[in-house]
Design a protein around this ligand. Structure first.
Ligand SMILES: [Zn+2]
Length: 78
C-alpha cells in the first residue's frame, strides 16, 4: 500500500511553512485567510485590513492545517 506522503502543496504543508515563517505572512481580518506580507488587497474578499502579528499568523496557519488533519485522524482512530 502507498505510504501517505505529505504533498508539498497540501493545506497541511502550507500551514507548516507559514507557521515556521510567520513574518512573511499576515491574516486577513475580513475572511481569516492567510496572504503574503506584501499583499495590499485580500484576493478573496478584497479587504485591506490585515493582522500581521506573528502569533496570529501562526495560530491561524495551524488552525487551517489541523482542520484537514482532524478528519483523517478521526477515521484512523476508530
Ligand atoms: Zn479576506
Amino acid at each position: 500500500m502507498a505510504t501517505p506522503t505529505p504533498d508539498p502543496d497540501s493545506r497541511e504543508a502550507k500551514a507548516a511553512r507559514i507557521a515556521a515563517n510567520p513574518a512573511s505572512y499576515k491574516v486577513c481580518e475580513g475572511c481569516d485567510s492567510i496572504v503574503g506580507s506584501g499583499v495590499v488587497l485580500c484576493p478573496n474578499c478584497h479587504s485591506y485590513r490585515f493582522d500581521a502579528t506573528p502569533e496570529s499568523v501562526r495560530r491561524q496557519a495551524l488552525a487551517l492545517g489541523s482542520r484537514e488533519q482532524t478528519s483523517v485522524t478521526a477515521g484512523d482512530l476508530s
